[in-house]
Ligand binder design. Structure first.
Ligand SMILES: [Zn+2]
Length: 375
């Protein structure tokens, strides 16, 4: 997304819904069509079946205080972890849908209860609110630009893991909320950073340490080095001047595992074809205690850097664990079975420090064939 002057080429992309690039290179408001009837009925029938099964078997039913929703837990012996998705302001207008995708992916494992903390003032995405409502009792106001929410202060310490679905342009949090979040992660909390969540809060020093690398939001050589693998597949930390964050045209691209011993990547195929996505490149940041577990090659003929760019990262922040993937631009990107698998593993690792549930789904993508689950 975003300015990235000199690096973004406005090449027509594969899907017609993506052709509507903003003149300045800002991501279009997503109007993906993959939520159409098939996915809806599949979701509805699964939900109904789940409810019926829960009632028949007298299974526990989780009631989320923040969302007000009543949803069956998929496992009767669940001692679920509690995850919090934070959202509300993101230039990727499909965010109200992708939040619900992330929530469902986690809840479908039967191991999580998921709350959502949304800023009172929202930016972008209003066209998705009716289809993907959040009944949290807050009178949200959809604004034409992002605006700080002085009352945004989730009780982070209640959660095993916090997942950011915020994006470029998210307004700064109140200082007390920032400090509380630093304390939460620093004292051992889990944090998951997806795609444009690494665009947020360019001026927040501790946040930048947590995410390791970021893009846009005023990031430049003062933020830290560019980190990538060169042609010899050696990790480079490059302090040359320049803005952080750019990308070429969206396309399908292979993800290559570079550290097969980490719990998040252990046992995964060495390479798989990721579904259409934006391939973030030129990310830069403090990159302290950061491991690059997987990369993707940002091909120059797609408008990329010609470098192997980090796609799965972990960062140790105090006693806390951060899982960061710049994958996940669109709802279609998040339908990738590779993305879903890595999201589940990364979230579990951030929450617990281990990945006990490491099955490889049968529909996992192969080296030359991507694989999606329509939502
Ligand atoms: Zn994007």
């Amino acid at each position: 997304m975003i300015f990235a002057t000199g690096f973004v080429r406005l090449v027509p992309t594969i899907r017609s819904t993506d052709a509507n690039l903003h003149p300045r290179g800002i991501d279009p408001i997503q109007k993906g069509w993959s939520h159409a009837l098939g996915g809806f009925f599949a979701f509805a029938s699964l939900w109904l079946a789940g409810n019926a099964m829960a009632q028949q078997a007298n299974l526990p039913v989780a009631v989320s205080t923040r969302t007000g929703s009543t949803e069956p837990l998929a496992s009767p012996n669940a001692d679920p972890m509690i995850a919090l998705i934070i959202d509300g302001q993101n230039n990727h207008g499909v965010w109200p849908k992708t939040t619900m995708m992330i929530k469902k992916y986690l809840e479908d494992t039967g191991r999580y209860r998921v709350d959502i903390a949304r800023t009172k003032y929202t930016w972008q995405g209003a066209e998705w609110f009716e289809k993907y409502p959040l009944n949290d009792g807050i009178a949200h106001e959809a604004l034409g630009e992002s605006k700080p929410d002085p009352n945004f202060h989730p009780e982070f310490s209640k959660y095993n893991v916090v997942i950011s679905n915020l994006g470029y342009g998210a307004a700064p949090w109140p200082e007390a909320t920032q400090k509380d979040f630093e304390k939460y992660v620093g004292e051992g909390g889990g944090f998951v950073v997806l795609h444009a969540a690494d665009n947020s809060f360019g001026d927040w020093t501790e946040f930048n340490k947590m995410i390791g690398l970021g893009g846009w939001g005023g990031r430049n050589e003062k933020s830290g080095p560019y980190v990538y693998l060169n042609q010899d597949e050696k990790e480079v930390r490059d302090n040359s001047p320049g803005n952080g964050g750019s990308h070429g045209a969206q396309h399908e691209f292979p993800i290559i595992v570079r550290d097969a011993e980490h719990p998040i990547t252990k046992g995964l195929p060495k390479m798989w074809l990721h579904s259409q996505d934006e391939l973030y490149d030129r990310l830069r940041g403090p990159a302290v205690k950061m491991k690059v577990l997987a990369t993707a090659y940002a091909a120059q003929d797609k408008g990329g850097t010609g470098r192997h760019e980090p796609m799965i990262m972990t960062i140790d922040y105090g006693k806390g664990r951060v899982f960061h993937t710049p994958m996940g631009h669109g709802d279609y990107s998040m339908e990738c079975v590779g993305f879903i698998t890595v999201l589940l593993r990364g979230t579990e690792w951030a929450a617990t420090g281990a990945v006990a549930h490491d099955e490889i789904p049968k529909d996992f993508p192969t080296t030359d064939k991507s694989s999606k689950r329509p939502f």
